[in-house]
Design a protein around this ligand. Structure first.
Ligand code: MSP
Length: 480
């Protein structure tokens, strides 16, 4: 066990039925910033992400492309990995729910705990199943007979399933959320789930499906003791947060890192994470995660970014043109995590030019050109702690505020240069000018340190330039 404070952070596991778009990249980038911040302040961080593979929609996509599902999956997962490389995502593990060595036995161990608690029972069931949601939906959710989110007609399903007694845990879940023992951030999402529990209650959930003969061998985790059934995909998927740590098997990681400090999710999957997941954990006698960070949607031109609407921005295109650091910067500063945030190619370009190329990039070059010319040696400023405003923002997941704080410093340095004109002063008052330039380098170093969670490479480049007393290499050179 490490002496450092453990910090376990997770992203949702993404459906690998298509390439990830900027909305998905947002969740992962936000999580990465929080993970890097905690490493920076000395915590022992474990950062998990992955893919949710045992799903019907994945099989449908594979069939459409004429590929074997498992071959199709490998291709998509490779695409995830290259996107994460482009965005410099510092994950410690990528879990795939088709992993039969770790995930399956772990999920089955969890299932057996639910059985032991008397919370799994068999029931004949009929209902409307939306493949897009991977969940049953009700008649009253439909618009013109279709799921309004996916524009598809749900399947009518009549079958015998295992159910999970979620209703039993409603009062406990409610209490843990109310008291913040299981903290939901922001408050508005906490109220949303609490009023849902109060007004509609929590019904038992269908937790298995009959195994489909057509599914490739291996797809869907067999229900322990009943091979004719596979676990419901959300039961399987949610379990990833503990199976990745070796739950039910080799529990070294599990012992150090569970309960998770934060699960980062989008607002569309709040109920699964704030009702079903805590219900499963309570039933299994496993402690609940400490918090759930629920972010809004990335929209483009005012509409939710989605394949159906055709307004997807491919993060790889932006990375190719502007670099991964610029994409990280945009997502961190110009999207407010607790609300929906808009991006268009035009707004991205404008902000890139104003704040990065002409802002931070230009400032670093100006200061270090002066330093290279007039100071004898570079200096490594003593690392001090971080200012309260910065740490407070990051501790409360308000990454945009932390970055606003850093950029206020960037502007302040720009002003200092304009007001003191060290490049002129050097001719008349060389000592005073050198002092000003020296102080500017120290401030720049401190800015670079604070940039670490947001733009790790830029942060290193600026720090190295200050230490070497040299102009940094072109920081934001855009490829047209
Ligand atoms: N597989 C489930 C999660 C299981 S976690 C145990 C899933 N996958 S998903 O690929 O559909 O979505 C994963 C996350 O991406 C969701 O949290 C969702 O909110 C996020 N995003 C998808 N589109 C988005 C935007 N346009 N904007 C921001 N995030 C959005 O759900």
């Amino acid at each position: 066990m490490s002496e450092k404070k453990p910090f376990y952070i997770t992203t949702p596991i993404f459906y690998p039925n298509a390439k990830l778009h900027l909305g998905h990249a947002y969740t992962t980038t936000l999580s990465d910033i929080i993970a890097r911040y905690h490493r920076l302040v000395g915590d022992h961080v474990y950062f998990l992400t992955g893919s949710d593979e045992n799903t019907q929609k994945m099989v449908d996509s594979a069939v459409k492309e004429g590929k074997e599902p498992l071959v199709f999956l490998d291709g998509i997962v490779e695409n995830f990995a290259s996107l994460y490389k482009g965005l410099d995502i510092s994950y410690d593990q990528f879990i795939r729910t088709t992993d039969q060595k770790k995930h399956w036995p772990g999920a089955q161990a969890l299932w057996q705990k639910l059985v032991a608690a008397g919370d799994i029972y068999k029931k004949a069931y009929e209902g409307l199943y939306c493949v897009g949601h991977e969940a049953f939906i009700t008649e009253k959710d439909l618009v013109d007979g279709k799921c309004p989110d996916h524009g598809t007609v749900p399947e009518f399903i009549k079958e015998e399933n295992y159910f999970f007694r979620l209703s039993k845990y409603a009062p406990q879940i409610q209490e843990k959320i109310e008291t913040d023992e299981f903290r939901i951030v922001p408050e508005s999402r906490k109220h949303e789930i609490l009023s849902f529990i109060q007004n509609e209650g929590l019904e038992d959930v269908s937790f298995s499906r009959p195994r489909k003969a057509a599914w490739p061998q291996g797809l869907g985790i067999p229900v322990p003791g009943d091979d004719s059934q596979v676990m419901y995909v959300w039961c399987d998927a949610l379990a990833n947060y503990v199976t990745a740590l070796g739950y039910g098997q080799d529990e070294v990681l599990y012992k150090e890192f569970w309960p998770a400090n934060v699960h980062v999710i989008g607002k569309d999957i709040l109920r699964f994470h704030a009702a079903i997941w805590p219900g499963m954990l309570l039933s299994a006698g496993v402690p609940l995660p400490k918090s759930l960070l629920v972010h809004g949607f990335i929209t483009s031109g005012g509409k939710k970014m989605s394949k159906t609407l055709g307004n997807i921005i491919d993060p790889e295109e932006l990375i190719e043109e502007y670099g991964g650091e610029a994409v990280r910067y945009f997502l961190a500063r110009h999207i407010t995590p607790f609300e929906d945030g808009d991006i268009t190619r035009e707004s991205f370009k404008e902000i890139y030019n104003a704040n990065l190329a002409n802002g931070l990039g230009n400032l670093s070059a100006r200061i270090m050109t002066l330093a290279e010319k007039h100071l004898d040696v570079g200096t490594r400023p003593e690392p001090a702690g971080f200012e309260e405003e910065y740490t407070h923002a990051l501790e409360s997941f308000e990454v945009h505020k932390a970055l606003d704080f850093v950029f206020t410093k960037v502007q302040a340095l720009d002003r200092t240069i304009t007001e003191t004109e060290p490049f002129k002063l050097i001719k008349t008052e060389p000592e005073q000018a050198k002092k000003i330039i020296f102080d500017l380098t120290q401030e720049l170093y401190s800015i670079a340190r604070m940039l670490n969670p947001f733009m790790p490479e830029t942060s290193e480049k600026i720090k190295a330039a200050v230490v070497a007393n040299k102009k940094p290499e072109n920081l934001f050179a855009r490829k047209d």
